[in-house]
Design a protein around this ligand. Structure first.
Ligand SMILES: [Zn+2]
Ligand SMILES: [Zn+2]
Ligand SMILES: [Zn+2]
Length: 141
């Protein structure tokens, strides 16, 4: 997600660029990991932008509806978000330190073809995340 391109794309569509909107887009353009609303709130306060939870949720919802962000479900009770421009990938979530890495090779496409053939169901998207122990934590155990 490129900050300037995203902001000009928003303007082209007639959306206002508020301070919060600009900062939220900036945060996602610089982040290599999915972020939850809580994390976005913390990062906003680090750059001295004060926004209440409702404003942040509304902003994330706006960017989601307009397809700048996609939802990621890494934890059962928390939604995370990441740029929708990222190449399709899956996440490796470490149960010990919480680090998140990406896997960009997807082996599900063969299965999707099979499902279409056998069930006549056209799969448009899927979510698949992996949980375990990262290499750094493995070395310490
Ligand atoms: Zn991701
Ligand atoms: Zn770890
Ligand atoms: Zn996949």
């Amino acid at each position: 997600m490129n900050l300037d391109l995203t902001l000009s794309s928003l303007q082209d569509k007639g959306h206002r660029i508020t301070k919060v909107r600009k900062e939220v887009v900036k945060i996602f353009s610089q982040s290599s990991q999915p972020l939850s609303a809580n994390q976005v709130e913390k990062m906003l306060s680090q750059v001295n932008v004060t926004a209440n939870k409702a404003t942040i949720y509304r902003e994330l919802q706006f960017l989601l509806t307009n397809r700048y962000l996609t939802e990621v479900y890494l934890h059962p009770n928390e939604v995370s978000y990441e740029s929708s421009e990222l190449k399709h990938h899956h996440h490796l979530v470490c149960d010990i330190c919480g680090s998140i890495d990406n896997v960009t090779n997807c082996l599900v496409s063969k299965l999707e073809e099979d499902v279409l053939k056998k069930k006549g169901f056209q799969i448009e998207r899927h979510m698949l995340e992996f949980y375990g122990t990262c290499s750094r934590c493995l070395k310490q155990t």
